[in-house]
Design a protein around this ligand. Structure first.
Ligand SMILES: Cc1ncc(COP(=O)(O)O)c(C=O)c1O
Length: 373
């Protein structure tokens, strides 16, 4: 029996009917841009994330660029970011004309390494930094990052594309950020029916600037106070995310229970499975294990034969990407990001994955660990 790496078609009963009704109603009224769905979504997201202001936008990459622009990062400003992340984080820095510096990864929590970050802060004196909350949790040093940046006048942007639903000390991780972003790419924990994203902020001026930039820098319909672009979320995407948000607690519960099972069972069979740091309640975005590179190749061959989906998130650090060569200013590294890239292996995890599917994966990995397949 095969098991997909991710299956995002497992909607709750009644979900697709409600969605069809929504599409029909919005189409009938030709309500495609803005309107109540977007306004309601922003309100619900602020309630959920415990941030004062939410601006919905076109995608998670735009959300980072909007945040960078809103805090005033522009040409030749220095920005620190993790070497382990999705390319969008790196791209965003370059797209606003700023200069990227990458920071190595901490192999324990798999997030940006705080000691390398401190070193870079002293040497580079950056205007801003982006921390990425990767894999469905965040850094064990998150409070140190926030404090250090405040002390040194560095604007800290939090790329939370993967951390919707994550709690830190019982509160949403976004809550105490200066400015944070997320993505509603369909495979994210809270996904849209296409692309979508959001920026969260607690400062009204900052939120207004994000909103203005995301709508052609408008001050009135044909008045433009800033050069922005069109990064509006459309009403259909907002409607889909609103419907998903109503079911979000159930989806989250399902993801977390599977993530927990992997953590318990894999540990028992000697797999190096990564647990979130204490103080975090993860969102079950991802299962993360590390295998010796040769062993990983052998296991991947078996997984392919048996039809079990898997991923390597991420197979290359930012500093190793061809596209980073002409932009990267310096990498602060002891080689951990590269090591993780060559050893990381992620197993299937998605809402409503069945026990049969989970046991199939576990059985194959158990046999592999004991040399039986
Ligand atoms: C860490 C991170 N940042 C940014 C993004 C970009 O989001 P989007 O695909 O919505 O542009 C993603 C999603 O793929 C991501 O995982």
């Amino acid at each position: 029996m095969g098991v997909p790496f991710i299956d995002i078609k497992r909607f709750e009963e009644g979900f697709l009917d409600e969605w069809k009704e929504k599409v029909a109603a919005l189409s009938l009224n030709a309500q495609f841009i803005g309107g109540a769905e977007v306004a309601n979504l922003e309100k619900s997201l602020s309630e959920y994330t415990e941030t004062k202001y939410t601006v919905a936008c076109a995608n998670g990459t735009d959300a980072i660029q909007l945040a960078l622009r809103a805090v005033g990062v522009s040409k030749n400003d220095k920005v620190l970011l993790p070497d382990s992340t999705f390319w969008a984080t790196f791209e965003s820095v370059v797209n606003v004309g700023a200069l990227p510096y990458t920071i190595d990864t901490n192999p324990v929590d798999m997030q940006m390494d705080f000691s390398q970050f401190e070193k870079a802060v002293e040497e580079v004196k950056p205007k801003a930094a982006i921390i990425v909350h990767l894999y469905g949790w965040g850094s064990s040093r998150i409070e140190d990052y926030r404090e250090l940046c405040k002390k040194k006048n560095i604007i800290l942007i939090e790329d939370g594309a993967q951390c919707f639903g994550v709690k830190y000390k019982g509160s949403p991780l976004y809550k105490n950020s200066t400015i944070a972003t997320t993505s509603f790419y369909p495979a994210k924990v809270l996904g849209a029916a296409g692309d979508g994203g959001a920026v969260f902020a607690n400062d009204e001026t900052l939120a207004n600037k994000v909103r203005c930039l995301a709508n052609h820098g408008r001050t009135s319909h044909y008045g433009h106070g800033l050069v922005g672009w069109n990064s509006r979320m459309d009403s259909l995407q907002a409607a889909f995310v609103n419907l998903s948000l109503k079911r979000f607690d159930k989806r989250l519960e399902s993801r977390i229970s599977i993530a927990n099972k992997y953590q318990e069972d894999f540990k028992k069979i000697g797999v190096n499975v990564i647990n979130p740091p204490s103080d975090y309640t993860e969102n079950g975005y991802c299962n993360v294990t590390l295998f010796d590179n040769q062993k990983r190749t052998a296991l991947e061959t078996i997984l392919k034969e048996k039809g079990i989906g898997f991923a390597n998130i991420y197979p290359g650090a930012m500093s190793d990407q061809e596209g980073s060569k002409e932009h990267l200013q310096k990498k602060f590294s002891t080689g951990e990001a590269g090591k993780i890239a060559s050893t990381v292996l992620n197993f299937p995890l998605f809402p409503y994955m069945t026990d049969i599917e989970y046991n199939e994966v576990l059985g194959i990995v158990t046999n592999f660990q004991s040399g039986k397949n």
